[in-house]
Design a protein around this ligand. Sequence first.
Ligand SMILES: [Zn+2]
Length: 95
Amino acid sequence: MDIVRKCISCGNIKTRNELIKITKINNSGDIVIEPGSKIFGRSAYLCYNQSCIDNAFKKDKIYKALKTNTNIDKSRLYDLLEQVLKGTTDGQFKS
Ligand SMILES: [Zn+2]
């Protein structure tokens, strides 16, 4: 059976590879998108679409899901997610 996860924006349940994984690394607090398997932390998932990304930033949903504070650079994180949509980044983000 496929692993399924829930999008924090629309609440739809999808298989893991249909969602963007956003992880806050336990030790450093840095945020990484689509981390490698050796990275552990608290994760949130989003659909690969613009409306779910936009929605995640409304009411700071994404920060609540990651249990992180909002002083992470919002525009940088948003830009990075946009690039992930376009497939032009490996998703590494340092807060
Ligand atoms: Zn969604």
